[in-house]
Design a protein around this ligand. Structure first.
Ligand SMILES: [Zn+2]
Length: 458
């Protein structure tokens, strides 16, 4: 599976195609318009490079799509034109990466809302959310499922072509579940028609066919739902729904098509199955037992875990406004899920497993647009340091995108996905939640949000 992730990255850009590294230049007095065509010099930034090292003062030069040079303060400069951004110690850091994105979720209270939206309106909403993620500094998203089969695919491609603003996107399939599994909304007395939130499959033959069809249409990620979920009382979190041969069938298709598999896996047995068969991304991992923890640790170089804290934390904190949870008993089960998730994530962190922030946004009580708060919860609930939370949302984010060699760090040769931040996120992570404090947002060397005129001398 590691090999398939690497190949995915190579499809995006073959090694050796990077522009030659340039040298830091002096400013010109009348800078050209900013953009990918001209060089950009971030002068005197506090560089938080996401290697894990403390920030350092430096000039960072961008040419084309990439970071061409980083010159620490005091290093010699070469002459040459560039648009100069006077950072005056503002933090320059990698763009944030959301590893559990559902751009086609529509901030709804129940999954039934998905099926009510025609595909045309649904596409417009998905594009709107894509721009919103970039507006809040998320320059990449790894999708954890679309709600109609081609929504992620067409949005990914529109963004990649430059037709619409948004993060670089790993496009996912709809969730592949079982009859009676999480998200199977069918009712015997109603014709389900074409409306689909998840795709129920039964047996390896049906899972294999659905996975192959999704690959044919162009997904990067096959999403499966092998366990239950507390939000669906009929199939609680600790229950395992997919069988071993069903999980194996999807993973087999992923290997053949060089895609990755991501799983909603809350029960211990579902986690164990996922690891055994080569699932790359394990979401939630709520009820992991010792055997599941050992298995996750044994493949920690090849997989990622993302708890999606926000959807659970806010369901307890904010969902009451919408009449949820529906009962005290359900609330207690959700609280238990959160406690288990916290214990599991602490254990995985101690074992060196990559645990990434990212919060399953797109529900009424957990709407799109506040995604950076998961970093703070990683500190408050899981005992991460602010640096560890940032590395999880950037460097490890680049790795989950299959682009760890060129995405998620401020390094020479890496893609210029950069945030210029007013303040020090290591001292106060909540700065990242405040869009006004994001002075500039650059993706692929092009400003999505231009720095204020006071920083460019214009
Ligand atoms: Zn999700």
């Amino acid at each position: 599976m590691v090999r398939s992730i690497v190949k995915l990255a190579q499809c995006v850009r073959m090694p050796g195609s990077r522009p030659p590294h340039a040298r830091i230049t002096d400013s010109c007095m009348n800078p050209p318009a900013t953009g990918a065509a001209g060089a950009v010099l971030f002068r005197d930034a506090s560089v938080l490079d996401s290697s894990g090292a403390p920030p350092f003062r430096a000039d960072v030069r961008v040419e084309g799509q990439r970071i061409a040079a980083i010159a620490r303060s005091g290093a010699a400069r070469q002459p040459g034109a560039a648009t100069v951004i006077e950072c005056r110690g503002a933090t320059l850091m990698p763009g944030l990466i959301e590893p559990h994105a559902h751009l086609s979720f529509v901030d709804q209270a129940t999954p039934f809302a998905f099926t009510a939206i025609p595909v045309e309106e649904h596409l417009l909403l998905t594009l709107k959310h894509a721009k919103l993620y970039l507006d809040q500094g998320f320059t990449s998203c790894f999708s954890a499922a679309a709600t109609k089969p081609r929504l992620d695919i067409v949005v990914r491609d529109a963004i990649a072509r430059g037709d619409h603003p948004g993060p670089r996107l790993r496009a996912a399939s709809v969730q592949l579940t079982v009859t009676g599994g999480v998200g199977d909304l069918r009712q015997l007395h109603l014709d389900p028609g074409e409306a689909m939130y998840t795709l129920p499959c039964d047996g390896p033959v049906e899972f294999r066919r659905a996975a192959r069809e999704a690959c044919r249409e162009g997904v990067d990620v096959l999403k499966i739902v092998p366990s239950g979920d507390t939000s669906t009382p009929a199939v609680p979190s600790a229950r395992t729904l997919m069988t071993d041969d069903e999980v194996a069938a999807v993973c087999e298709v992923a290997r053949a098509h060089e895609r990755v598999v991501a799983a909603h896996a809350r029960s211990a047995e579902s986690i164990r199955m996922c690891v055994r068969h080569g699932v790359s991304v394990v979401y939630h991992a709520t009820c992991a037992d010792e055997e599941a923890l050992d298995l996750l640790e044994s493949r920690k170089a090849a997989l990622f875990v993302a708890p999606a804290l926000s959807v659970t934390v806010t369901r307890l904190r904010d969902a009451g406004k919408f009449g949820l949870p529906a009962s005290d008993a359900l609330k207690r089960r959700i609280e238990t899920d959160l406690e288990r998730t916290i214990a599991t994530m602490k254990a995985l962190k101690a074992r060196g497993v990559r645990v990434l922030p990212g919060g399953d946004y797109g529900f009424m009580w957990n709407p799109h647009g506040a995604n950076a708060r998961d970093l703070t919860w990683f500190v408050d609930l899981l005992g991460f340091t602010p640096m560890e939370a940032i590395v999880g949302a950037t460097r490890h984010g680049g790795e989950i995108m299959g682009m760890g060699e060129e995405l998620g760090q401020v390094r020479e040769g890496f893609l210029a996905d950069l945030l210029l931040v007013d303040g020090d996120p290591l001292a106060d992570l909540s700065i990242l939640e405040d869009r006004a404090r994001l002075l500039a947002i650059m993706k692929d060397g092009t400003f999505h949000k231009h720095p204020p005129a006071r920083l460019t001398g214009r």
